[in-house]
Design a protein around this ligand. Sequence first.
Ligand SMILES: [Zn+2]
Length: 238
Amino acid sequence: MQEAIDAVRSGRPLLVTAGAGLGVDGGLPDFRGPGGWWGDQRLEERATAAWFDDDPAEAWAFYRGRRALYASTPPHPGYAVLIERAGFVFTSNVDGHFVRAGLDPDRIVEIHGSLERLQCATPCSRSTWPTEDALPFPLCPRCGGPARPNVCVFDDRRWIAVPSVLQGRRYDSWLGDHPDPVVLELGAGTAVPNVRREGERLQGLGATLVRVNPHEAEGPPGTLSVAIGALAFLSAVG
Ligand SMILES: [Zn+2]
């Protein structure tokens, strides 16, 4: 624990990699855990890109509720610690919490997109635009069909990845300038392993990996594993 705190405080460039477990401490449901968004198997089967063709009003009722929950759950105090210290953030979270908490939007890559952007459900173009609320659901300004959140759902071939690709270019550039960062991984589980893999990839290239996870803190040799929640760790870092 102390070694992990020292690494984060060392002044070396800090890359924060975050999964759903980061928000759990603030009261948000986990992606797949008990009570999580996809805990209902039937929902997991239906929450596909085609949902917006089959029943856009129902799909939007789900996503509107999800976004409203995020919006009504303020980012917990750990975000302030991260924003002060992070050089860059790599996250699978779609809740927009880092930016809402004050992170410079040019210092984040949202690998699964964000609920704060919309795209055409078809899609008829590669455009994305800021999320707006409309009943029964927002429409694509170009073709008039249903819009959908610009988040990557299961096996999603219609997701417009342009914003994430552009973020990814800034991320690659940051890594190029800071080749040996400390990687602080928070709440990244093994069910959707993209975030864990990224930290391990960078560890293989010389980064120091701090893995904070109350249930799955184990990592490759050299990992500084801390088996507590993200908020508890960040409170200790200060
Ligand atoms: Zn369209």
